[in-house]
Design a protein around this ligand. Structure first.
Ligand code: FMN
Length: 186
């Protein structure tokens, strides 16, 4: 099978990580993949915060859980009130992908960068999981204070974050894909 297709199909969200930190050469490649994503008008209006500071990750997790508890969604409420739950699953590295809020399509720019990050992580046998927590906490004053510690460029805000680490779970196949999701117009 084509190599890229193999990586796309092998990637799954990983939520259990070894404590061992991933290597700097691996982080460099992963970041390069993010930077080579397409972006609206080619602006590359993104910023990547490589967070390995446990205290900051714990703060983001706690604040996001508070927000989940206040939301009108039973699934998120349950997660938010679960003391064992850590939004980043104690991953040793989290890349927070931020975008210039005044650029053309920051949410999409950051999403395609995130997908490149997750695919190259998979190619390196590194587990990854998209985590919404860093974007969610931009909603509160307390969250904004935590984001200040990320020293983002002026006008930038987190749009997504990717938990990264060596996998501590066995490989699971992707569930079957939904059918009937393609229409040809000829
Ligand atoms: C926009 C978006 C937000 C997501 N947010 C979270 C999240 O906050 N926490 C989490 O554990 N997974 C999150 N995920 C991962 C999805 O749950 C996961 O991709 C989905 O269940 C399919 O599983 P797979 O990635 O193994 O194919 C998110 C994925 C996307 C695309």
């Amino acid at each position: 099978m084509n190599e890229i297709m193999n990586v796309i199909k092998s990637r799954r969200s990983i939520r259990s990580f070894s404590d061992e930190q991933i290597r700097q050469e691996e982080i460099d490649l992963i970041l390069e993949a993010g930077m080579y994503a397409p972006s609206a008008a080619g602006r590359q209006a993104w910023h990547f915060s490589v967070v390995q500071n446990k205290h900051i990750l714990d703060e983001i997790s706690s604040e996001a859980k508070k927000i989940y508890c206040s939301m009108n969604n039973e699934f998120l409420k349950k997660l938010g009130s679960n003391e064992q739950f850590h939004t980043f699953f104690h991953a040793p590295t989290v890349i927070i992908v931020s975008g210039d809020v005044n650029s053309i399509a920051p949410n999409s720019d950051c999403a395609v960068a995130a997908q490149n990050i997750m695919l190259v992580a998979e190619a390196l046998q590194i587990g990854s999981c998209w985590v919404s927590a860093a974007a969610v906490i931009t909603q509160t004053g307390e969250g904004k204070k935590i984001i200040k510690d990320l020293e983002l460029p002026e006008g930038y805000a987190p749009f997504n974050s990717i938990a990264l680490g060596y996998k501590k779970t066995e490989r699971l196949n992707a569930p079957p894909r939904r059918e009937g999701v393609v229409t040809y117009i000829r």
